[in-house]
Write a protein of this length. Sequence first.
Length: 221
Amino acid sequence: MASGSAMYTDFDFDEIFEQYRADPYSYVDVCARHTGRVHLAVKEGEAVEGPSGAWHHIPGTVLFHLVRERNRKPIHAPSSGTVSFVAADKDGAFVEAGEKLITIRHPLKKKEIIDRMLRRVLTPVTAPERAKYFFALDVQARIDKFGQRAVRIEPGDELFTMSLMKRDTPVYYEGEPGIIHTVYFQPGVSVEAGEPLIGVCPEETLPLIDKIINRVKAEWE
């Protein structure tokens, strides 16, 4: 089922904005996806590129190769930035799944700052399972006609179609009444369980959201 709860009710813009000014980066840890022998391909301080292309279909910089049973698999950078940590002692060694091997320091852009702040005031509706998602036909028709921020959803509304193993399952909304402010997924592209699909807010929150967006645009270089 899709559900969510309000994440922030007393938004202190100045405090949060100063936090980003002091450290305007995100830090992305890249871990071994499975057991195997590691062969590093980058060094600390090196610039790397994340996925590119309209659908992020072009892989990013190769960070390391993970070899298991003679199968050599390249692991690509999930984000652009600078390599701030490398587990150099693991080069050529056997590692367990989940071991941190590299950290990428990614400089946040204005759009990313806005998105991170909005996630504090929007209620996320998350994916119940790893699957492909589509808006329900009625919801999609209203979005096409009026725009997503004019679409109000109520508890019990059929919100998505979840496509998994050639089986389509309706997903119903269980949160508070509100409007669809932000869409995080691409129809037909797999989404991991627990990842946000949309961000919902009550209509009375829109002035706060506009304030956040306008101030970041005006004050963030």
